[in-house]
Design a protein around this ligand. Structure first.
Ligand SMILES: CC(C)(COP(=O)(O)OP(=O)(O)OC[C@H]1O[C@@H](n2cnc3c(N)ncnc32)[C@H](O)[C@@H]1OP(=O)(O)O)[C@@H](O)C(=O)NCCC(=O)NCCS
Length: 333
């Protein structure tokens, strides 16, 4: 059975830089708290008129060009976001229209910060089965539009940034550059550790949304920060060890670890727990904050550009997100 590989990556990071001092104008917080607890110094915010599909389309075009393909060669678009253009239909439709891909299938997935891992896994399976040849995986977030600076929302609000990343996956031989393995996990009993209650059908009443939902803050993220921190460290560390065991590899045989950029303190704990040299781990959370599902493809793209993802090397991608959802992808480059 043929394998698949990442043929190209692309990103879109809005130019508007928002510092912690700018965030302090939006809510009761301090630069010291943000830096000490999260490591974030700056993040980017999209312009008011920009949607997730706008950032996603820029990243997708760049990824297709990087792959040396043209957009009409894409057989399937998989999109992940928690900041869709509209409540429905899925954001992939709006992205597809902007890419001019009428008629080809699209697939919205909702795997939060692990969107790239799930997207790569699906793309890999479709390509191995010879169902599709070229699959575009896009992750885009405009999280700045979901900032709630109230007392209940500020623990997550300080982390958030905007951006998009995309990867083109296509056929490969069983030797050489390829996606070697993907592992996927989820545990829905923790779904309310980081969630947005409204609008929804699970509110034990007849209405999907009410004015009171807005007034009570149910339309905003609510996060149990400690649960997310502990589980994020544990699950991402587990996913690294699981990938090594699955592939019969020692940690030293990994050339580059690209983790979801959740929070610098979390990443430092993972590095300490796993015992991987810090120089092999790509980190950009200080610059961009946490961009949800877009963090991982942006970090992967930058790691490629920085030369950390070298030809003939092994890159391990790992992510954790709300749900909980977590997993890994091992890529030979
Ligand atoms: C968010 C995080 C920094 C908060 O730290 P914490 O110690 O767990 O924070 P808590 O929510 O327990 O609150 C501790 C104190 O900090 C305060 N606090 C929370 N957010 C704050 C903010 N933005 N500014 C200032 N103080 C804040 C709380 O009000 C609380 O004060 P109190 O004890 O006087 O009530 C931390 O939990 C964390 O990093 N979690 C992981 C988040 C993450 O990575 N999410 C993305 C996963 S994909």
């Amino acid at each position: 059975m043929p394998s698949s590989r990442i043929l190209g990556t692309g990103v879109c990071v809005p130019p508007r830089v928002v510092t912690n001092f700018d965030i302090m104008k939006m809510m009761e917080t301090s630069n010291e708290f943000i830096v000490e607890r999260t490591g974030v110094q700056r993040r980017r915010h999209a312009e008011a008129g920009q949607a997730a599909s706008d950032l996603g389309a820029v990243a997708c075009r760049a990824a297709v060009a990087d792959a040396g393909l043209t957009m009409d060669m894409i057989d399937l678009v998989i999109m992940n976001t928690i900041t869709p253009d509209h409540a429905d239909p899925g954001c992939a439709f709006f992205l597809q229209a902007k890419l001019g891909l009428a008629g080809s299938p699209v697939l919205d997935i909702r795997q939060q910060c692990a969107g790239l891992i799930y997207g790569l896994s699906l793309a890999d399976h479709f390509i191995r089965a010879a169902t599709y040849r070229y699959v575009l995986v896009a992750c885009a977030e405009v999280l700045s539009k979901r900032i709630d600076g109230s007392y209940d929302g500020r623990n997550i609000a300080i982390l958030l940034g905007d951006g998009a990343g995309a990867a083109v996956v296509g056929p490969a031989s069983d030797r050489g550059p390829r996606i070697v393995s993907t592992t996927l996990h989820a545990d829905g009993k923790h779904a309310k550790s980081l969630y947005t209650a409204a609008p929804g059908s699970g509110l034990e009443r007849g209405e999907h949304i009410t004015k009171e939902d807005i007034d009570a803050g149910r339309v905003h993220f609510r996060m149990d920060g400690k649960a997310i921190f502990q589980n994020g460290v544990e699950k991402m560390s587990q996913a690294i060890f699981e990938c090594l065991e699955l592939n019969g590899l020692a940690l030293e045989e990994i050339d580059c670890l690209v983790p979801h950029q959740a929070n610098l303190r979390m990443l430092e704990e993972i590095v300490a727990r796993v015992g991987i040299p810090r120089s092999k781990v790509y980190v950009n959370v200080e610059e961009y904050g946490n961009i949800g599902s877009a963090s991982l493809p942006i970090a992967l793209h930058e790691a490629r550009q920085a030369g950390l993802v070298r030809p003939g090397g092994r890159t391990l991608l790992v992510a954790f997100g709300s749900g909980f959802v977590w997993g890994s992808a091992l890529v030979c480059t």
